[in-house]
Design a protein around this ligand. Structure first.
Ligand SMILES: [Zn+2]
Length: 280
């Protein structure tokens, strides 16, 4: 219902150019078709709201806020992203597993903003693609200092012009990238969690001490790519960016595996973020 309401209360100025082609319900039913072990009903019950921005193919960019407990006026904020690479399907379903946990209200010592599928056009392409509908790797398109000096040359030389890793014609050329940047600017997270697959490791960018493990994922830094979220938010904005690489792109972790990742994430946040002085 909240998702429906959010669609209805869009400012009319945005309606003409930014009306999504399909709503949250269509997205949830489409996910259930694509993702193994994904049930549409919890997604429908997740009360996802549609942003004013839409994807290249005018699919909704969906999110859900979980505010901190009433009385906590200055909570630390955590931004969670799934599916920035559209063919890493497990990275979407695990975020929906966490939405179920967040709905319990047990984690309201933080304010959460959750973006479960940040590249819907890639996910719903047939077959799913890493890149968005413009053929851009969104995780190489962030407007970081290294983008203008290195993104295209890195792509041509180091990535050998791999079409799956094209950083775009310019920094933040893509609506999905601009939407994520907008979320970072508006929500002002104290930590960002982004989920990928299939390397089965944990990566970290930012000045803080990284977690050594989250559940069955062990810390194994994989380096910096120009225009990646880690480079943009971790190095440039100095926010902790926790990157999970699940071990399989098409098979979700079990509920107990994702629950252990979640428990370790919370204990790292409690140790590292909750006690940190206010950043704003
Ligand atoms: Zn990825």
């Amino acid at each position: 219902m909240a998702a429906l309401l959010s669609l209805l209360i869009w400012p009319s100025a945005f309606a003409a150019s930014q009306t999504p082609a399909v709503g949250a319900e269509t997205t949830c039913r489409g996910l259930a078709e694509r993702l193994r072990n994904f049930d549409a009903q919890p997604c429908l019950d997740a009360e996802l709201a549609a942003a004013r921005s839409v994807s290249v193919d005018k699919r909704p960019l969906l999110f859900r806020d979980f505010p901190a407990a009433a009385g906590n006026a200055t909570p630390k904020r955590v931004l969670v992203l799934g599916g920035i690479h559209g063919d890493e399907l497990s990275s979407v379903s695990v975020v929906f597993q966490w939405i179920e946990l967040l709905k319990s209200g047990r984690y309201d010592r933080y304010a959460w903003r959750v973006l479960p599928l940040t590249n819907p056009d890639g996910l719903f392409a047939r077959p799913s693609t890493r890149v968005n509908a413009h053929g851009v790797d969104l995780n190489r398109n962030f407007p970081s200092p290294m983008w203008s000096s290195q993104a295209l040359s890195h792509w041509k030389d180091k990535a050998k012009g791999d079409k799956r890793r094209y950083p775009g014609q310019s920094a933040a050329s893509e609506p999905e990238t601009r939407w994520i940047v907008e979320q970072i600017e508006q929500f002002q997270p104290d930590a960002i969690v982004t989920v990928h697959a299939p390397y089965g490791i944990l990566d970290f960018d930012g000045p803080q001490d990284p977690p050594k493990k989250l559940g069955y994922l062990r810390l194994q830094p994989i380096g910096i790519y120009p225009g990646s979220l880690g480079e943009y938010a971790g190095l440039s904005l100095k926010l902790p960016v926790i990157t999970l690489e699940l071990p399989q792109a098409h098979i979700s972790p079990s509920a107990s595996q994702s629950g252990r990742i979640w428990a370790d994430l919370l204990s790292w946040l409690d140790r590292t973020i909750a006690e940190a002085p206010a950043s704003r």
